[in-house]
Design a protein around this ligand. Structure first.
Ligand code: GRG
Length: 297
């Protein structure tokens, strides 16, 4: 199977899983469920589900478990986007090429969409496709990655940094939490699902996967900063040039465009190196590192 065919089949599965784990619009409160589905379905690159599936395939996880874990990861990710776009945070009106949730609906609905998606993610993780041990491990992994020592903490640092200069290590810490933690969780949750099936996690393999995730997570952010200044809003599906306009420190503002491109290439190579212990079995993860660095939106 080519990488494109593999991606297509995973993306189809993930779309089906999101359909399955999101409450139907016919269920009351219908407007909230409609808005949750508007936010989640039919858009986005689904990078976290792809990482989860690739890592799970490496450790022999069941596809239906990876679908549920992927749905949970994507719901947490979309909750963060919906809240991040609200006027009290980034105040953006375009996301995934569509009006943001508070523009399409209203602010109270956007707040509730994020809240409810967060809860629904944990409903998916406690579905009966998982054993009780898997449920506990996955819930802990996702809760830690999305809370104050993960994504929400990174967002707090981000908001506090507007208009200030950050050092490169400070910028790195912010991104490690804000975007890196959930990307890392995607890889770990995929891997843990398989390893728990096969009788316990392998610490060495998880260490190698963490090194891979650290490189991919940072590369994702460096590329995001590059695209923010080199690509138009229509291609990005979100407002381009927003970081500079908002006075946000970025890799481009701190080290410049050329050095940012060099850094992204270095991180791609670091990600590949981290996968060496797995050999050809890690092919999909390696291809995903390439995708993250070469993406144009
Ligand atoms: C509100 C608790 C809370 C957290 C928000 C992740 C985040 C924290 C905000 C997103 C803002 C942002 C643009 C971050 C830069 C990197 C990033 C996460 C981009 C969006 O993720 P993609 O590119 O989006 O994976 P798609 O739409 O493809 O899923």
């Amino acid at each position: 199977m080519t990488f494109e065919q593999w991606m297509r089949s995973v993306l189809d599965r993930v779309e089906g899983a999101l359909e399955q784990y999101l409450p139907a619009e016919s269920i009351e409160p219908a407007k909230l469920h409609e808005a949750m589905r508007y936010a989640v379905l039919g858009g986005g690159k689904r990078v976290r589900p792809l990482l989860c599936h690739a890592a799970g395939e490496l450790t022999g996880a069941k596809a239906e478990c990876l679908d549920a874990a992927s749905a949970a990861l994507e719901m947490i990710h979309v909750y963060s986007l919906v809240h991040d776009d609200m006027p009290c945070m980034d105040d953006d009106d375009l996301r995934r090429g569509k009006p943001t949730v508070h523009v399409k609906y209203d602010e109270a609905t956007a707040l509730l969409v994020g809240d409810a998606l967060q809860s629904q993610a944990f409903v998916a993780l406690t579905s009966d496709v998982f054993t009780p041990a898997q449920q506990a491990a996955l819930v802990r992994e996702l809760a830690l990655a999305s809370g104050s020592i993960g994504m929400a903490g990174g967002q707090a640092i981000d908001l506090a940094s507007v208009g200030h200069t950050l050092t490169r290590p400070q910028l790195e810490t912010m991104h490690r939490l804000k975007t890196g933690a959930l990307l890392r969780a995607a890889v770990r949750m995929g891997a843990l699902t398989g390893q728990l099936d096969n009788g316990g996690p392998d610490a060495k393999a998880l260490q190698a996967l963490d090194a891979y995730s650290a490189a991919v997570g940072l590369a994702f952010q460096v590329v995001d900063d590059i695209l923010d200044v080199t690509t138009d809003s229509a291609t990005l599906g979100k407002t381009a040039g927003k970081d500079a306009k908002d006075g946000k420190p970025t890799y481009v503002s701190i080290i410049g465009l050329d050095a940012s491109r060099t850094l992204a290439a270095q991180l791609r190579s670091d990600a590949h190196d981290a996968l060496a212990p797995f050999g050809a079995r890690a092919q999909r993860l390696a291809e995903l590192a390439d995708l993250v660095v070469n993406r144009v939106s």
